[in-house]
Each structure stands twice: as structure tokens, then as C-alpha cells.
Ligand binder design. Structure first.
Ligand code: FES
Length: 276
């Protein structure tokens, strides 16, 4: 594996004022925000700092790229309502401007099994954590066809209709060899927790993004099975550039900055809450 001081971090980044192209709800919880982007192409797993131009909130919000359409130079982000910052982004109308800085952070590709030989991997998402895994599955489809991918997507609330579900999940449907959906309420998905659906022993590696309790459970089951697990973490961020030390991740190799050393970390290195 490449050391997390990876090539993505050395790449270019830009701050641009951009007009929103589309903003719509994908599910009852997750909305989708598109911008046209002419800066450096993001690598799957990287994120942008985003803030509407007219904003009452001081800090921009870090959001991982869900898809980058290379033909139309369109960036797509998935978000859920968490507070005032995301409420402002949810209210953005097409044509309204936001400041975007990026692409930032490391990328999934740095953590793929090497050398390139057939492998079976699991991608596991919880809620809006599906965003960065969309980008990952797109990369696997394009450049890593020797890797078999099983995609596990877990949600608290299931889908309102099969049509809504199939539209939302079109990319993982296309790009994964198997797609397993779970919902805690069981609506149009397997009832239960996504972590119960994954058997890490079936895979060479597991990649995940979602709420921290989910990641902690998955990290423990991967450790038990002796399977490497890589997780994309979320932290509140101020600068997003590694300068303010406001996004600490406690690891076995000392404190790391989620924005500049991550957001993707080997799960075995991370101290989850109260675990030290
Ligand atoms: S947000 Fe400033 S160091 Fe990470």
C-alpha cells in the first residue's frame, strides 16, 4: 500500500466560485448537489470544502465527491441535513453561487490491493457515507476490472418506491457484482444493520464510509477475520488544508489531520471513541 502521504495530497487544488447546476432530494434523507467544475479532476475519495456565497455560517463544510462526470466536468455531492451549514446547502437554488475549494485529501486508490491481481473486495456504506463509495465504484469499473466488488449500502429509513431506489443506486447496480441493501425499517431493503450483512472473511479488503459506530463495528469484525479495512472519516473542519489542526484523528501513529492525512485511514490504526 502507498503511504498515506500520497500523491493525491501533492496534487493541485483551487478555490472557485461556482453556480449550482442542480439540487434535489434523492431520498427522504439525502440530497444531491451538482456543480460544473473546470479545476483539477478529483480522485475518488477526495473532498471539497463548500459554502454558499450568501451564508450565515462561518465555516465551509467538507463534502466528499460522489461522482465526477469527465464529459460534462460536473461534480456531484451527496449530503444529509446535519445543521445550519448543510441546511443552507440544501436550500441552494440552481444558479446560486457557492465557494468550492479542492480537491483535497487522499484517495481510495492508494489503498487498493497490490500487485494488481484478481481480488474480491467489499464496499460498505452507512447513510450519506454512500457518496465517496459511489466515486470508488466508478473508478473500479473504469480501471480495475480484475477486482470483484460487492457493495453493501445501509440506511436508517428505506426507500419510498422501487423507482426512487433504483434511480439512486444506478451506479452501484451497474458497477458492482453484487449490491446488498439494508434498512433499519426494512422498506424495500433487507431489514437490519449493514454491518450484520457483511462477512469480512469473504474478501481481500473492506472499504467503508458511514457513521462512526458503524465503522467501529466493521473495523472490529475485520480485525477478527484478519482482513484489512480502510475507512473514510468525517470531522468538523476549519481550513481543510492541514494548517489549523482542528480535525484530529487519534491513531496508533499519533494524532493525524483528517483533512491532510486522510480522510481515508487504515481502520486498524484508528482509535475510535474511548478505545485508547
Ligand atoms: S481542518 Fe485545519 S488542519 Fe484539518
Amino acid at each position: 500500500m502507498t503511504d498515506p502521504q500520497n500523491r493525491a495530497q501533492q496534487g493541485l487544488r483551487l478555490s472557485l466560485s461556482l453556480k449550482a447546476l442542480h439540487n434535489f432530494w434523492m431520498t427522504g434523507d439525502i440530497f444531491c448537489l451538482d456543480f460544473s467544475w473546470e479545476g483539477p479532476a478529483p480522485k475518488p475519495g477526495q473532498f471539497f470544502m463548500i459554502k454558499p456565497k450568501r451564508s450565515a455560517v462561518f465555516l465551509a463544510r467538507p463534502v466528499s465527491v460522489a461522482l465526477f462526470n469527465r464529459e460534462s466536468d460536473t461534480l456531484r455531492f451527496f449530503l444529509s441535513l446535519r445543521g445550519r451549514g448543510t441546511a443552507e446547502l440544501a436550500a441552494m437554488q440552481p444558479g446560486e453561487e457557492a465557494e468550492l475549494t479542492g480537491p483535497l485529501g487522499n484517495c481510495w486508490e492508494d489503498f487498493l490491493p497490490k500487485p494488481a491481481k484478481p481480488a474480491k473486495i467489499a464496499l460498505v456504506s452507512g447513510g450519506v457515507g454512500i457518496g465517496p463509495l459511489f466515486a470508488f465504484v466508478d473508478l473500479l469499473l473504469l480501471n480495475y476490472q480484475h477486482i470483484t466488488t460487492h457493495f453493501y449500502a445501509g440506511f436508517k429509513k428505506g426507500f419510498k418506491s422501487a423507482q426512487n431506489r433504483d434511480f439512486f443506486l444506478a451506479v452501484p447496480y451497474m458497477a458492482s457484482d453484487q449490491l446488498i441493501l439494508t434498512a433499519e425499517d426494512g422498506r424495500l431493503a433487507e431489514k437490519g444493520l449493514v454491518t450484520d450483512a457483511v462477512n469480512p472473511a469473504e474478501y481481500q479488503a473492506v472499504y467503508a464510509c458511514g457513521p462512526e459506530p458503524m465503522l467501529k463495528t466493521l473495523a472490529a469484525s475485520c480485525a477478527l477475520a484478519g482482513i484489512p479495512c480502510y475507512i473514510s472519516l468525517e470531522r468538523r473542519m476549519a481550513c481543510g488544508l492541514g494548517a489549523c489542526l482542528g480535525c484530529t484523528v487519534e491513531t496508533r501513529r499519533g494524532n493525524k489531520r483528517c483533512c491532510a492525512d486522510g480522510p481515508i485511514f487504515p481502520a486498524a490504526e484508528v482509535f475510535f471513541d474511548g478505545q485508547r
